[in-house]
Ligand binder design. Sequence first.
Ligand SMILES: C[C@H](O)CC(=O)SCCNC(=O)CCNC(=O)[C@H](O)C(C)(C)COP(=O)(O)OP(=O)(O)OC[C@H]1O[C@@H](n2cnc3c(N)ncnc32)[C@H](O)[C@@H]1OP(=O)(O)O
Length: 723
Amino acid sequence: MAKARVTMEVGNDSVAVITIFNPPVNALAIPILAGLKEKYDEAMRRNDVRAIVLTGEGGRFSGGFDINVFEKVHKTGDISLLPDVSVDLLVNRIEDAKKPSVAAIEGLALGGGLELALGCHARISTPKAQLGLPELTLGIIPGFGGTQRLPRLVGLKKAIEMMLLSKSMTSDEGNKLGLIDAIVCAEDLLKVSRLWALNIAERHKPWTRSLHKADKIGSPPEALEILRISRQQAKQTARNMPQHQACLDVIEAGVLNGGYHGVLKEAKVFKELVQSDTSKALVHVFFSQRITSKVPGVTDVGLKSRHVKKVAVIGGGLMGSGIATALILGNFHVILKEINAEYLLKGMKTIEGNVRGLVTRGKLAHEEAEKALSMLKGVSDYSEFKDVDMVIEAVVENVSLKQTIFRDIEEACPPHCILATNTSTINLDVIGGRTAQHRIVGAHFFSPAHVMPLLEIVRANKTSAQVILDLMTVGKAIKKVPVVVGNCTGFAVNRTFFPYTQAAHLLVNLGVDAFRIDRVISNFGLPVGPFQLQDLAGYGVAVAVKKQFADAFHDRIFLSPLVELLIKSGRNGKNNGKGYYTYEKGNKPKPDPSVLPIIEESRRLTNIMPGGKPISVSDEEILEMVLFPVVNEACRVIDDGIVVRASDLDIASILGMSFPSYRGGIVFWADNVGPSFIYRSLEKWSDLYGNFFKPSRFLEERAAKGIPLSAPSSTPSASRSRL
Ligand SMILES: C[C@H](O)CC(=O)SCCNC(=O)CCNC(=O)[C@H](O)C(C)(C)COP(=O)(O)OP(=O)(O)OC[C@H]1O[C@@H](n2cnc3c(N)ncnc32)[C@H](O)[C@@H]1OP(=O)(O)O
């Protein structure tokens, strides 16, 4: 690969074009920043340069500061690896220079990339460029002056929204708000930018130093009110994360004491946050998410994905209609099959509702919705299956029904057609039976399928690499993050998190309050606790899943009768408005005290409270007793080779189970807590409360040797891997 560099060319018009070259996103790596300083110094020195145009090679301005540097800081603890850019380059060399700069933006300008552009005296962009400051998603704040200059260009409210929600804007919107001075086609970008730069030099166009602008941030009382409201909102939406409040503090410093003061404070806070646990976790997530698309034996063997145009979805229930929605939104022709006209109509209506709901919430344009719906066709037999490229079966979790369907579709579909099942727990080898095994694959979506970002792609013994690659491509096209996993009961995510609900039930039967457990877990950062989650999923799912796991992992199951007792008493969770909580339209779910006698009945039946008395545990112990068994199962999943690498399980836990991303995922979090502590705790509880807590061999080994759970195994993976 060509070396990262910054070039400068001076034209006959006396404009120096400084270009960043660091594919694929022109990240601002240390040598790039050094190159920029050097070229700016040269441009200032040279008498034949009157103005500067700053741009990026290859259709992208810049994706921001090189995130690899943060990773290095996290690994070494050496904060001096971060260069001084904000004052040294942005303020001194660009903004306060005696020659004007114009940013010529194509494709994207994100993070430090946009901040470079903000330091310039004008910005010209191509249509549809993506402009944003997504630093908070990395646990940090903008560090090259973005917290100060963006509010001064687009207004405080908009800038706060862009930074706190990491929401980018298009050049069109930027143009309306004052971030972008002109929009031109890519062919004209440099020509117009050069002229613009010269016009600034000749004072025909304004020489704007955005750090010194004050007209868009309002009076201090107005600004402080906006900041107060934003702080309140961030308290609700960004619990347990320091960067949101820190960002608002830094903005406030600039509002009250001037932009330059704000820049200095920003630089200080930026460095502190880079060293925070949140940043370590979120940078880990950034790279781990990208590495999921590298699957040994699939993406490194020279295969090209085949073109999938038409997909059949079997089953128009909650999952099937969600999957069909995601597919039509991704521009795939979809055939939805149901067993009769009534069910079909219901499925089609759900899909329509999903799509129109996006329009109502402003997430989809009306025309896009109409186009998506035109890609959908409902059928009640297999006659239309003769030219489909992929089938995704999404019927109820019934083994014999699924086996029949797979026999039928093998006959009805063309030989190249991929045969996928959306089962969430059933072993693929059981479903497929004698079906052409190389074509069978698991396409495990998470509910609601058109919203949740994870697609677990399950590779059975004989699934071909081509089929995996094709499904990965389809997954990406419908904006999912595909994670390829091996075949076993529950696959990677549900298997890992099965002990989560089990542990919660065990604790309740030991006398701990169910609502307290839910509170502890949601304070930790999961959106809802295990009992509310059970309410949301419906108890039918809980019963079916328990059976699957009891069959597969009988050595570590806790059989609580509680869900069956709830069903017997006429409860079915959110579905019928009655679960552990009560559900009324427009109100938050409320703990239902009338569930307590049912819980008592369960305790009486299991009779596991030591001495018949509830155990006494702290909130911290509750958290550990629920999550350490999950870590324990994660260890088995890693040890069995169900995931390619431990970090895949981090991404799967975040995107499939809503494990808080700022804790880095289940394995990353466990390594932070310490395998040895987790091992000792599980061992203690297994002595007290039984086999459910028994530490796995993998955890025991790692704890004894002091090796992180995420470290690659020394055993050759080929002997163990199910992938
Ligand atoms: C001081 C400053 O305020 C601090 C900062 O600037 S922090 C950085 C802020 N910028 C960001 O957060 C943007 C991060 N990047 C992205 O969102 C996306 O990569 C993108 C929208 C730029 C491109 O997306 P897409 O085309 O799908 O490509 P994607 O697969 O994500 O990335 C391509 C490669 O570029 C790398 N990359 C992307 N942005 C990078 C960055 N800022 N630094 C280092 N590497 C980066 C990715 O790791 C990936 O590497 P790989 O091919 O080895 O896996």
